[in-house]
Design a protein around this ligand. Structure first.
Ligand code: C2E
Ligand code: MG
Ligand code: MG
Ligand code: MG
Length: 279
């Protein structure tokens, strides 16, 4: 990329870049419509303990475009972020998530479930983030213990002191924080210990090769040991095979999320499989 090439190089645009920008602009316009026309939906992916019992879920945003079909959040979240649309989208996600938590808390079998929600940098740094979260909890009358916010290392590193303040205030009302994609960022232990975290979430890239790659195995062991030494919960994402799960379990990780246990799915389907698992 021209920007990354450094100041001594000539600014050369790669072929395909223009269409890439055009796609971004188009996506942004269409994303505005998507909010109005209710093309966004939350899917739910189960999280289980070492006995296979569900204890929660992660809410994952889906965009079903009327012409282009399914568009991945990896594609549209960055557009939402750079355009500022993430503020409205993020609010909608939190409202949906809290409504779902309220439903679960009113039913006998599901009253202990937690729901993880991904928070992007711009959303986290918005001036009224704390009051927005509190208002959402008020509106749906939920126990805040069930709401888990997933943050990334890069988001926190932008301004650690501010992040600590925001997290501390929300922790005081019972909200828990999980550090998503852990291991891919540059967090030092120095600042990690400053953060009021509940959980580390081991990135899927390490889980992926855990059986065959001894380096990844070492990284995973180190993350688990780190979590334990800081009294943090630890969960692995992207668990696809029994072998991966057993390796994780043998190293002390007792919480998992991944295709082995269930793919992200629409709420009706999720509730059906949940009912079966919890009966
Ligand atoms: P993430 O938070 O790290 O979510 C985990 C991703 O891994 C999800 O991709 C999920 O579908 C996928 N995954 C789960 N289990 C497996 C597995 O066993 N194997 C493989 N190969 N993949 C697995 P998804 O749904 O495409 O979301 C991608 C990213 O988009 C998320 O990564 C998150 O950063 C972002 N995202 C999704 N929903 C939201 C949202 O509501 N708000 C924000 N700000 N970001 C979101
Ligand atoms: Mg996540
Ligand atoms: Mg993740
Ligand atoms: Mg990830």
């Amino acid at each position: 990329r021209a920007k990354q090439a450094g100041r001594n190089s000539v600014c050369v645009y790669e072929p395909g870049m223009q269409t890439e920008i055009a796609t971004q602009v188009m996506l942004e316009a269409e994303l505005r419509l998507a909010i109005e026309q209710q093309q966004l939906a939350l899917h739910y992916q189960v999280q289980v303990d070492h006995t296979g019992r569900p204890f929660g879920a992660e809410a994952l945003l889906r965009w079903q475009h009327p012409q282009r079909g399914f568009i991945s959040p990896l594609q549209f979240i960055p557009v939402a972020e750079s355009s500022g649309l993430i503020i409205d989208i993020g609010m909608w996600v939190l409202d949906q998530a809290c409504a779902q938590i309220a439903k679960w808390q009113h039913a006998r079998n599901t009253s202990d479930l937690s729901l993880s929600v991904n928070i992007s940098a711009r959303q986290f740094r918005q001036a009224n983030f704390i009051s927005m979260i509190k208002a959402c909890i008020q509106k749906h009358q939920i126990n805040p213990n069930a709401l888990r916010l997933e943050l990334t290392e890069s988001l926190l590193l932008e301004n650690v002191d501010d992040a600590v303040n925001i997290m501390t205030e929300l922790s005081h009302i019972g909200i828990q924080f999980s550090l998503d994609d852990f291991g891919t960022g540059y967090s030092s232990l120095q600042y990690l210990k400053k953060l009021p975290l509940y959980q580390l979430k081991i990135d899927r890239s390490f889980v992926n090769d855990i059986v065959t790659d001894s380096h990844d195995r070492t990284i995973v062991r180190t993350i688990i040991a780190m979590a334990q030494s800081m009294y943090l919960s630890v969960i692995a994402e992207g668990v696809e095979t029994q072998e991966q799960m057993e390796l994780l379990l043998n190293n002390g990780c007792r919480r998992y999320q991944g295709y082995l246990f269930g793919k992200p799915m629409p709420i009706a389907q999720f509730e059906a499989s949940l009912a079966q698992a919890l009966q």
